[in-house]
Design a protein. Structure first.
Ligand code: NAD
Length: 428
């Protein structure tokens, strides 16, 4: 049962730094490589605005519950704020700010004309009926309406929200505006202005970037083994595409555990989270492993694509992969990252690898503004081209500055955001 105005802090003692602390630390790390006005860096430590709203909901039993919602808007120097809305009991203001900063870097790295935003409601969506979810989403759209819009701030689905929620959100916004405004959110079903290929885009970009990194390291895809944690929107398309490219995907997992076949799994046959939720372990495979064991498998490439903070100081020394491609947001803690750097394990960061999601969201927005829908082939071609451009920009920094792929990605992003601030100036 959801309670009214639920508290947002998890019970556990925080052992890792918060999303906001991580985002600020990464900003400082990148800034140390660049000659940027310290005033701009200081500005970027803070969000432009954070909106906090109370969202009342009439429950199915007639009672009223009030939930807290946030929308953090970090930076819009390159264009409207862009980022997801999550429904999760652990949503906090600081987390929204930290994640909105990540969106600023992700959009800048992909060179798409958006800034960073993130928001959510402190609620467990599993405690709500479909009707309650619809009412809550519509009311949230109304509470945020003064601060968002197709040229101001464009939300998207995130944890606990989906394409249906985006359709309700768009409808509620449009009803009040008096006209259909499909461009107010992305990640909608294609029939109401969504883009073809949006659902598999983050996984697709993970596979494209993994393929490029494998080639960069001089490996042969045909001889490369891959393990993927999480078989949902990100992990499943990534595993299947790498399989199609010729790599051998030996292990995949869901929340219940992992399946392992040293000769390679038929990834198209294993049910994805969407096809049959949490059914990976039901698949007939030679071996079953735990998620912890999957992370420590002796493979060439490890793709954590389920949840954050799975590669930590506890297991970083036991990871045997030579290349980690981050499919999930924030799967590697700072301590693990330091260990991987020391051990010479290459890590391709989330803001590059899973950026296919926001990139196809950008395509969706362009389609909405132009009232024109693109073919799936066009979406795939343009995504491939955007990913290769971003990859090339990151490789250039890696080579010229001798930094990690993570640092290089942040340097590219910060350079672009800082240059935009320098050109626009501080007003008044
Ligand atoms: P999803 O719900 O579609 O799939 C998640 C998968 O991970 C499922 O197979 C689930 O069983 C598994 N899983 C859940 N908890 C787990 C645990 N504790 N251990 C192991 N496996 C677990 O989610 P998704 O959309 O694929 O998102 C996965 C990650 O990618 C998240 O970090 C998300 O923030 C990030 N991401 C998603 C998108 C997107 O557009 N979907 C874009 C960028 C980043």
């Amino acid at each position: 049962m959801a309670s009214a105005a639920p508290t947002s802090e998890p019970d556990d003692e925080p052992t890792e730094e918060t999303a906001l602390e991580t985002a600020r630390r990464q900003l400082d790390r990148a800034a140390a490589h660049l000659d940027v006005d310290p005033g701009i860096i200081e500005r970027l430590h803070h969000p432009n605005q954070v909106h906090r709203v109370s969202v009342p909901l009439e429950r199915d039993d007639g009672s009223t519950a009030v939930y807290t919602g946030y929308r953090a808007q970090h930076d819009s120097v390159r264009g409207p704020y862009k980022g997801g809305l999550r429904f999760h009991p652990d949503v906090t203001e600081d987390e929204c700010i930290g994640l909105s900063m990540w969106m600023t870097w992700k959009c800048a790295l992909m060179d798409i004309p958006f800034g960073g935003g993130k928001g959510g409601i402190v609620v467990n969506p599993k405690d709500l009926s479909v009707d309650e979810k619809e009412r809550l989403t519509r009311r949230f759209a109304e509470e945020l309406r003064p601060f968002i819009g197709p040229t101001k701030d464009i939300p998207a689905p995130d944890m606990g929200t989906d394409s249906q929620a985006m359709a309700w959100f768009m409808d509620a916004y449009s009803m009040q505006e008096g006209e259909t405004q499909a461009g107010v959110v992305t990640g909608k079903p294609p029939v109401v202005g969504g883009s073809k290929g949006r659902d598999t885009a983050p996984g697709r970009s993970v596979a494209i970037i993994a393929r490029e990194a494998i080639e960069h390291l001089g490996w042969d895809l045909e001889d490369t083994t891959v393990a993927v944690q999480g078989f949902g929107s990100v992990g499943a398309p990534a595993a299947r595409l790498l399989d199609d490219y010729g790599a051998t995907v030996v292990a995949v997992s869901d929340v219940n555990g992992a399946i392992y076949d040293p000769d390679g799994l038929d990834t198209h046959d294993v049910p994805t989270h969407e096809e049959e939720p949490e059914a990976v372990m039901k698949y007939d495979a030679p071996q079953k492993l735990s998620n912890e064991e999957l992370l420590e498998l002796d493979v060439d490439v490890l793709i954590p694509a389920a949840i954050g903070n799975v590669l930590t100081e506890e297991n970083a020394d036991d990871v045997k992969a030579d290349l980690i491609v981050e499919g999930a947001n924030g799967p590697t803690t700072s301590a693990a990252d330091a260990t991987f750097e020391e051990r010479g394990i290459h890590v391709v960061p989330d803001i590059l690898a899973n950026a296919g999601g926001v990139t196809v969201s950008y395509f969706e927005w362009l389609q909405d503004l132009n009232h024109r829908s693109w073919s799936l082939e066009r979406v795939h071609d343009e995504l491939e081209s955007e990913m290769l451009d971003a990859w090339a920009a990151v490789c250039e920094e890696v080579e010229s500055r001798d930094v990690t792929w993570r640092d290089a990605a942040y340097i590219v992003a910060l350079e672009r955001v800082a240059a935009a601030h320098e050109h626009r100036g501080l007003w008044p």
